[in-house]
Design a protein. Sequence first.
Length: 512
Amino acid sequence: MLGPTAVAPADPPPHAGANQSNSPRAQSSYSTTVIMRDGTQIATNVYQPAGPGPHPLLLMPGAWWAMPQDRLFSRPQELADAGYLVVAYDPRGLRRSGGEIDMTGPADVADASQITTWALAHTHADPQRIGMLASSYGAALSLNAAAHDPRVRVVAALCPWTDLEEVFRPNNTWAGPVATFQEAIGRLNGRMSPATQAAFDQVHSGNGATLDRPWAQERSPASFSALLNANRTAVFMAGEWTDPLVPAGQTGRFFDRLTGPRQLWMNPGGHGDSSAREADLLQPTAQVWKHATNWLDHYLRDSANGADRLGPVLLRPRNNDQLESHPTWASLDQTLTNVPLTPAVPTTGTSTILAATDSPAGSGLFPVAGRLDSVGLPPTTSLPLLVLPLAAVWQGTPLTQPWALRGSPRLHTTVTYTADHGTFVTYLYDVDALGVARLLSHAPYTFRSIPAGTPMPVDLVMPAVGWDVPAGHRLAMVMDGGDHRYSGTSPTGATLAFSAADTHLAVPARRG
């Protein structure tokens, strides 16, 4: 354990002084408090490598979860042993740091810059070799901070959000239960700012509530891609196919807007599962941490390890260990294939379901579904259990050859509702000959202020898929009235009628 040592920026601890090189390993790490310009105290751990330096500086802002430094716990010392001067810290409002949670906003960005300045003044850090490495909350913070501070040459961001509004409100639907879980963790770990608390309150408020868009955009790396490009920041990102917080594809769309050195890895898992310490055992092929550190080594330590020669978009499908390389994220969607669908139950033109009613279709138990999926246990149901009026089902024909799905499925349908607002959830399944249905993707959709009885066309881009569908299996689309991850708006007793003739599915598929 590191002992607490509180000092102001002007008073470096004795083991950061000139005698460090005489006994570099005797005092290799220490805790301190760095005081920001507004008086906020940021709890910081410094891990020093052997030798006099100067050493490449690596900032590691902590994540949202309860354990300090989240899933990166114990790895700062490993990085110091490899030659980095590591400054790991709890972002403001979280755990040991003072202040209030800013949700990676301007105050967090300013903190990262001030901690960088402090480290250059009080350690043997090299001002020409500065990077950031973090997971989840800290990863989004790192991207925002690097965009605003050109001194940061490299970022390795593991499972960052890039569009905070989509995290809170996918397809106009509040991610209420997921946000409630996040809020509870945040309250256990720290203190909300009024603006951050207002955002969570909006998630819970129901019909008609809107998220403060400027507030969300100011905390979204997607707003700052031009700054990252101007800085020529070398950006490595890792994402996961079944992330409950960051819809698969969000990071990819942001990635395609970057013009500097860049690399994106997609792996099986939920949120941070492929880069967690235990992933070394559960997913020995993922190697996310190894590739993140290779990226840092190449751009901060001039290591000729070939990290820059790997493909820009690298992905490992959920049910196939073969690593693939693609030129851009958008290239995944260039093979859209229409899937002829027929209703599982013959209809007179529409399939009508009850609103505000769940069915055996589901997104998988939050928050463990992603971890289970990463070890080959995707959310699964039995297609014969999905019947009207709980769920509307459309099926394709059995495939005559395997399909490799890579990218975002597209759904078009026309729905007529007996109320002027409501929510439904769409699921895409891989169904075998026995009717066992494995979830590939799912998305909510909420509409408001549509006159009851008015046919409403809906075009839905679903979260991206990385899945191989075997020959003999078929694809199935399912719609129902709700899912435990989302706060629906449908009034009890209302119904939704989907047009059988105007429901179409296109998937990004490579055949054979």
